[in-house]
Design a protein around this ligand. Structure first.
Ligand code: GTP
Ligand code: MG
Length: 306
């Protein structure tokens, strides 16, 4: 049977919307072809290039994933399996907000670790119209010092939107962040034709209500192509060894070779230069705390994923 090349726009309960030559097909996965030995909660995600066979009309069967450049993945605790959030992108835009929801640098830290090497990360602090306290500014300045790009924006006033557009122009960009930070709102300002659903914040908890439920790849227009993703409370990093986590913390670089013990994991070993730097405030204590937590969760996942 003839195989056609297409791109995944979105996937819901293992039914995928696949676009090929401007036509949308509703596809399922054919048999067990895609069940690789690694058991994923969802083996394919928005942005994946696939081959599929047309069954009848606009229904099809996906037979293979092709040309995969990278993925953004996380461990899905509820499903007890890894999950792919998006595939084949050039930029991850990590959206945060200063007060509602409150700024959570630990979320940013996890995104920075989860980001594949062959993509760029842009940290966007949206909702700057709600004000910025010094603490948030300091943390953002630190990310900049580490070499990450940081941008202030407001979907409400339009501040920073031109810079954001410039950054993602001609590159496929995945927008990630906690629920309610304004990912879909920003995308609607960049591309009003997308007309994405935007949600109210919960008054009680000052956080979003998970308005976007599935990752969706947009079409490309005015050189903008984006993947909107559902807000998540946490990115449980998946797919790296706990012992390698240190290399993902750029601010640890000058210390990791100064520890007394070779192979120091910077968790419990005596005379650890990283721990000392955190105590001395040379490394932000919160970054070290992030490291410890991610290290711990990577160890736990290693135990569950065999
Ligand atoms: N003041 C202010 N409010 C904003 C801004 N951007 C978004 N909002 C509001 O924040 C709320 C949540 O926005 P969404 O765009 O739905 O947030 P989201 O990140 O897509 O949320 P999920 O889809 O749940 O992950 C809405 O009430 C928006 O109007 C902004 O820059 N300033
Ligand atoms: Mg949304």
């Amino acid at each position: 049977m003839e195989e056609i090349k297409g791109v995944i726009k979105t996937g819901i309960n293992n039914i995928y919307s696949v676009e090929s030559d401007g036509v949308l097909y509703e596809c399922r996965i054919k048999g067990k072809v895609l069940k690789t030995e690694k058991k994923y909660y969802n083996p394919i995600a928005a942005g994946d290039n696939v081959l599929f066979e047309i069954e009848e009309g606009q229904n099809g069967l996906i037979t293979a994933i092709i040309d995969r450049k990278n993925t953004l993945e996380r461990w899905n605790n509820k499903r007890n399996a890894p999950q792919i959030i998006a595939s084949n992108f050039d930029v991850i835009v990590c959206v945060c907000s200063p007060v509602s929801p409150p700024f959570r640098p630990r979320f940013v830290d996890r995104v920075l670790v989860a980001a594949p090497e062959n993509c760029e990360v842009l940290i966007v602090l949206n909702k700057v119209d709600q004000g910025l306290d010094e603490d948030v500014e300091d943390r953002l300045a630190e990310y900049q010092e580490m070499g990450y790009e940081v941008l202030l924006s407001s979907a409400e006033t339009g501040e920073g939107v031109d810079e954001l557009r410039e950054f993602i122009e001609d590159r496929r960009a995945v927008f990630t962040g906690q629920s309610g930070v304004g990912k879909s709102s920003l995308l609607n300002v960049l591309r009003p034709d997308l007309n994405l659903k935007v949600g109210e914040l919960s008054e009680k908890y000052n956080r979003g209500r998970h308005t976007t439920c599935y990752s969706i790849l947009s079409d490309k227009k005015d050189d903008i192509e984006v993947i909107d993703t559902p807000g998540i409370r946490e990115i449980e990093v998946f797919g790296i060894k706990a012992e390698d986590l240190q290399f993902y913390f750029k601010d640890f670089k000058n210390y990791i070779h100064e520890c007394k013990f070779t192979g120091c994991t910077h968790v419990h070993e005596p005379k650890c230069a990283v721990k000392q730097a955190a105590l001395d405030g040379e490394i932000h204590p919160d970054r070290y705390e992030s490291y410890l937590r991610i290290f711990q969760s990577l160890k736990e996942i290693e135990g569950k994923y065999k």
